[in-house]
Design a protein around this ligand. Structure first.
Ligand code: TXA
Ligand code: MG
Length: 349
């Protein structure tokens, strides 16, 4: 059991002394959860295998799931990567700091535990000011997965981190809500044509407008349980983002989706289930226990998705019926997370 301190920091008026204390903890091999623009991360010194091991323990993370290394300047990239491909340079210039992670061959300084034994490393420079200053002050690259227990929805508020990791980490920095709400985009630059391993805050369209063709790893749009598939990024195979309730995604034209959900609500109510509906259409009404409107723009939907899944759990619903969105822009990341949360329980209409 850890004694967890919770430190509030105002991103607009950063108290550097507080950050230095947190940076010192990281240098001592301790665990500090911190905000990024996407979701909260659970940080440790990426160059200290013992510290990184603590991340796996705190999260109950399977050892074959590699961790993203966070940097605050480009020099750190040259130290972590064996070679920095041209496309990485272009991407860094255009999208960093921001919600883009790229995968390149790793250098010898990156411990095997960080990359789960792979010969590649995933690197990202977050744009959240507190994250950047924290990394800079700690003077080392920071390994950080999302700060949730393995299998739970990613945390977009310090409260979510506290729910999952209080007593399991040394400190939690609280700056309020994160901005994007889904995790960073993970792009593999070791293949001839860059491969999108996980859609996220930087959209496929944005990437293609800068580096041309990007392949989608089949896992990105999968609609099946992929335990059996051969995967490139081992983390992708786990049932992530899952709330306690059974989740069903209904995909199709808005009107048809509405009709189908009305029918499903009816069916579940008849057998005495507590049903929640997650809608992306303000005008949709359902005769159900709880209805949550999570926004009409993809930006709002992405931002509220994980939070809303966690809220449904707190309200102890048995079933969540979720309206799908178009797989465009941020919608690709939203649908990827939603299908996973549903354990690929998808109804198409
Ligand atoms: O937005 C984010 O990316 C957040 C914040 C905290 O930065 N972090 C995050 O980390 O989402 P995590 O651990 O929850 O997800 C990392 C993803 C996993 O799917 C993992 O398998 C993949 O990145 N990954 C990490 N290293 C990799 C590598 N060397 N090759 C392929 N995939 C890798
Ligand atoms: Mg995660």
């Amino acid at each position: 059991m850890y004694k967890t301190s919770i430190i509030k920091i105002d991103e607009k008026n950063i108290d550097i002394e507080k950050i230095r204390k947190m940076a010192k903890l990281l240098q001592e091999g301790k665990l500090v959860a911190f905000p990024t623009e996407t979701v909260y991360g659970l940080g440790a010194n990426a160059l200290d295998p013992k510290a990184v091991e603590k991340i796996f323990k705190a999260k109950n993370r399977p050892a074959d799931n590699p961790i993203i290394v966070h940097v605050s300047d480009e020099d750190m990239v040259y130290k972590l990567a064996k070679k920095v491909p041209k496309k990485a340079l272009v991407l860094m210039k255009k999208f960093w700091p921001g919600p883009l992670t790229f995968v390149v061959k790793k250098s010898d300084i990156v411990p095997d535990i960080v990359t789960a034994g792979l010969d590649t490393v995933a690197i990202r420079m977050p744009s959240h000011k507190v994250a950047l200053v924290l990394i800079k002050e700690s003077k080392v690259p920071i390994a950080a997965p999302s700060a949730n227990l393995a299998g739970r929805p990613s945390p977009t508020r310090a409260e979510d981190v506290i729910d999952d990791l209080y007593g399991r980490v040394d400190a939690i920095i609280d700056t309020g809500e994160t901005y994007i709400g889904v995790e960073s985009t993970v792009l593999d630059l070791t293949s001839r044509i860059p491969t999108l391993l996980r859609p996220g805050g930087t959209t496929l369209e944005e990437l293609e407008s800068v580096i041309g063709e990007v392949k989608l790893h089949p896992i990105v749009k999968t609609e099946k349980d992929i335990e059996s598939m051969v995967v490139k990024s081992p983390g992708m195979k786990y049932r992530h983002y899952a709330p306690e309730a059974e989740v069903i995604v209904v995909e199709g034209k808005s009107d048809e989706v509405r009709k189908k959900i009305i029918e499903l609500v009816d069916g579940y109510k008849k057998i005495g289930k507590k049903v929640g509906v997650m809608t992306v259409c303000k005008s949709h009404e359902y005769k159900t226990d709880i209805i949550k409107f999570i926004g009409e723009s993809l930006k709002d939907v992405a931002k509220n998705l994980f939070t809303t899944l966690r809220e449904f759990d707190k309200e102890k619903v048995d079933v969540v019926l979720a309206e799908g969105v178009e797989e465009k822009g941020l919608g690709l990341a939203v649908m990827n997370r939603l299908r996973k949360a549903a354990g690929y329980n998808i109804v198409k209409v």
